[in-house]
Design a protein around this ligand. Structure first.
Ligand SMILES: [Zn+2]
Length: 204
């Protein structure tokens, strides 16, 4: 491989060069590849630049230049650049859908976590124990699941957000719920730390 492979003279009389962005190399295979043709080419007559083995032959500069001007390569290059522009403008179908899912997931937890936090805060203010004999919603009605889970089980009667969340937790055991004893303790420590800092600020 040679550094000169990756540059192309514009031929505008000023000796200007542009980088061949489509040409990528593998140091382990000691070969060069055409990324856009590898991704998009449907041609039966693939050059070595489009194949798994790559391209490492002599007279490479001329061969690369020939490949660059082949119709199939030009079409693949345009397709590659169009995808790049679409993704950059957030118009890409895959990207937009993924982004939308991430935003929905973020909003879901922004809705759920304050409800859980307020339940823990209420029980802490009332000096009530959070946990009972079990940590499962599947316990029978006469079993003591504790004040925290009991209170949470009350919310879905009026609150669609918690109704959906608890239905999911019950139907998908092991899924993320933010209801475990570890999470309860984490919330309690965070609130204790906030109270401590507030007290320290007020006396300093
Ligand atoms: Zn190509």
């Amino acid at each position: 491989m040679n550094k000169t492979w990756f540059k192309r003279k514009l031929g505008n009389g000023h000796g200007e060069e542009v980088t061949r962005s489509w040409l990528v190399c593998s140091t382990s295979k000691k070969s060069a590849f055409c990324i856009c043709c590898i991704l998009y080419s449907r041609s039966d007559h693939q050059s070595s630049l489009e194949q798994e083995s790559g391209f490492n032959q002599w007279k490479a500069r001329e061969r690369i230049s020939v490949h660059e001007n082949v119709k199939n390569h030009r079409e693949c290059f345009i397709q590659w650049k169009e995808v790049e522009i679409n993704l950059a403008e957030n118009k890409g179908v895959i990207d937009a859908e993924l982004q939308s899912q991430i935003e929905k997931e973020k909003q879901k937890w922004r809705d759920i976590l304050p409800r859980i936090l307020h339940c823990i805060k209420f029980l802490a203010i009332q000096n009530l124990a959070l946990r009972g004999h079990g940590e499962s919603f599947e316990l029978g009605d006469d079993s003591n699941m504790g004040n925290f889970l009991g209170l949470l089980k009350l919310l879905p009667i009026f609150d669609p957000v918690m109704k959906e969340h608890l239905t999911r937790v019950e139907s998908h055991p092991g899924s993320t719920s933010y209801l475990s004893p570890g999470v309860q303790n984490e919330f309690i420590h965070m609130m204790a730390s906030t109270v401590c800092q507030s007290l320290l600020r007020s006396i300093s």
